[in-house]
Design a protein around this ligand. Structure first.
Ligand code: CA
Length: 227
């Protein structure tokens, strides 16, 4: 999962990026509204954390432009304390949730998790695919009840597949949602990571759909699809 943080307070932006990166997300930062709007307009983020008071272009305008242009990624706005009117205008402009400053990083993380799983159509923090379980809040994966250890990128990849299980995901889509903006993106590395995940999970859970990409599905689900 890849996120955008638009926040002009550089200390806060760094803290947000640190907390989100520790939780397993790829994170891009923008420090003003113009840059934030551009990134959100051109890159496929899974969710955005958007401060409202920004230089160049204010957060409400950024959000309104995205929504007018059909950008429908989940957006969590950061509002100044006690500014109830900011919350109202933010939600009216198309925000999905808000956090008042100052806030605890744990609350921010919980709200981001909720936005991501709701966007993918899941109600629970525990995703399951056959014997594979992902505990989103704890960022832990288990197979048949036994914890498996994954690198940060393997976790990010598996988490993306589990959020979108049953769907065919192209390599390009995976690259776009796993790596940060400045990363030297090479879609061939995805194959390597898929191979490692297959060894660590159960080989038949991640199916290669020739010419299209990959699909994570419990074996009986795939059988039903074919009938
Ligand atoms: Ca600000």
């Amino acid at each position: 999962m890849r996120l955008l943080v638009v926040e002009d307070d550089k200390d806060l932006a760094r803290q947000l990026r640190g907390a989100l990166a520790d939780a397993g997300y790829a994170v891009d930062l923008a420090h003003d509204g113009e840059e934030g709007h551009f990134l959100g307009d051109t890159e496929p983020y899974d969710a955005v954390i958007l401060d409202l008071g920004l230089p160049e272009l204010d957060g409400i305008t950024v959000l309104q432009r995205w929504r007018q242009d059909g950008r429908n990624m989940p957006v969590l706005i950061l509002t100044a304390r006690d500014r109830w009117s900011d919350k109202v205008s933010g939600i009216d402009a198309g925000a999905d949730d808000y956090l008042s400053k100052p806030f605890h990083m744990e609350e921010m993380l919980a709200r981001v998790r909720a936005l991501l799983r709701r966007a993918a159509g899941h109600a629970s923090n525990e995703l399951q695919c056959g014997p594979l379980r992902l505990d989103i809040a704890a960022a832990k994966v288990s197979l048949d009840g036994l914890a498996i250890s994954l690198t940060a990128l393997e976790f990010r990849l598996l988490s993306y597949l589990m959020h979108h299980q049953g769907k065919v995901i192209s390599r390009t889509e995976l690259v776009e949602h796993l790596y940060e903006q400045d990363f030297d993106k090479d879609s061939n590395t995805i194959e390597v990571f898929i191979g490692r995940l297959r060894r660590k999970t159960q080989a038949d859970l991640i199916e290669t759909v020739r010419g299209l990409g990959y699909r994570l599905a419990a074996p009986d689900t795939i059988a039903t699809d074919d009938n």
